[in-house]
Design a protein around this ligand. Structure first.
Ligand code: TXA
Ligand code: MG
Length: 332
């Protein structure tokens, strides 16, 4: 199958919407990462997503809508706090898990009686979903286990030949996936830290339960290996003397291998004689660049990636989570 690259113009969006409506797969941009979309109401099409990604079929998919009114077509009930999140933060990088309606096929939810719903804050995604006229379920558009794609070329590198098309919408603004909150328990529960800071959500809905170090994966997807480039990733934990510790690790590794450092601008300024990529001045910059830097390290044949660790606050929570997954918990 030839994978065609489509633009965001109306004619191309209409062609892609038609493909999805009729059962094909299309990768499309969102503000977080690129998604691989199928018509959520066609079980056979949804199954093709798992095949294209090499994804375990017990890992449920997020259903994307273009209009808040669509949520009540797939959710059996919307608790008040979930409604408050929908009112306040959608469209945006947040996903709500709600009890599902029967119309949502089991293959979308991995057999769970809940459904994850999100309305992306991306004009191209909204036009595409709206034109398709159906809810569009979509995981990140990467090969399972690889870093999520933040531009069309990343999707092409992973899925060329496996899907009919990709809508090129440029770079994703946020760069990490949405924050996933479960509203089917008494107190809302964080299932995945992501592009919407937990602190902002809590200002509107009060305390959200955060389960740390749980032996059981809260979100079915979180038990799988994730975000792994071929290069070996290490995290340098937050603390005093970051630049000195990074330099020492770099010097040691570069005796035998080809390491690269990923760091905040402030730390990068304090390094010398170190091959380093700066993510910019803040944690949003780190989130924005992380996945694309992990992929770039592989493209340029680096063997090791040394990442500056970050505090688990604000956007730091999602960056720290992705670093932990990419490194398999290995620190230096
Ligand atoms: O930003 C995002 O969320 C991107 C873009 C494309 O929207 N999508 C994304 O999808 O990251 P995916 O499939 O890579 O991650 C979805 C996560 C998985 O960890 C999955 O287990 C969880 O959401 N999930 C989906 N449905 C669920 C449900 N009913 N209950 C609990 N967790 C669910
Ligand atoms: Mg994913």
């Amino acid at each position: 199958m030839e994978t065609r690259i489509y633009t965001k113009n109306n004619q191309d969006i209409a062609a892609c919407a038609k493909i999805v409506k009729e059962g094909g797969l299309i990768a499309f941009p969102t503000e977080t990462v690129y998604g691989l979309g199928a018509n959520a109401l066609l079980p056979d099409s949804v199954r093709n997503i798992y095949a294209a990604k090499g994804r375990p079929s017990d890992n449920p998919l997020i259903v994307h809508v273009a209009d808040k009114a669509q949520i009540s077509l797939i959710a059996a009930h919307i608790p008040d706090k979930a409604q408050a999140v929908i009112d306040e933060f959608m469209p945006g990088p947040v996903t709500v898990v709600l009890p599902k309606k029967q119309i949502v096929p089991d293959v979308v939810t991995g057999g769970l009686n809940t459904v994850a719903v999100r309305m992306p804050a991306n004009e191209i995604a909204l036009r595409f979903i709206s034109e398709a006229g159906c809810p569009v379920c979509a995981p990140s558009a990467n090969t399972s286990g690889k870093p999520s794609p933040t531009c069309a070329r990343h999707v092409y590198d992973d899925l060329n030949g496996k899907i009919p098309g990709i809508i090129d919408g440029g770079d994703c603004e946020v760069g990490v996936e949405s924050t996933v909150i479960d509203f089917t328990t008494d107190t809302p529960r964080l299932l995945r830290a992501g592009g919407m800071e937990l602190e902002r959500l809590e200002k509107v809905i009060g305390k959200v339960e955060v389960v740390k170090n749980s032996k059981v994966a809260l979100c079915p997807g979180m038990k799988y290996k994730h975000y792994s480039p071929t290069a070996e990733v290490f995290v340098v934990p937050v603390g005093e003397g970051m630049a000195e510790r990074i330099t020492a690790a770099y010097d040691e590794l570069s005796k035998l291998a080809k390491p690269v450092v990923i760091a905040m601008q402030g730390t990068a300024n304090a390094l010398s004689g170190v091959d380093c990529w700066s993510v910019g001045d803040d944690l949003s910059g780190y989130a924005h660049n992380l996945f694309s830097f992990l992929r770039r390290a592989d493209e340029l044949s680096y063997t090791h990636i040394i990442c500056e660790g970050v505090p688990e606050e604000g956007m730091g929570a999602s960056v720290a989570n992705r670093l932990e997954k990419a490194s398999g918990g290995k620190t230096l």
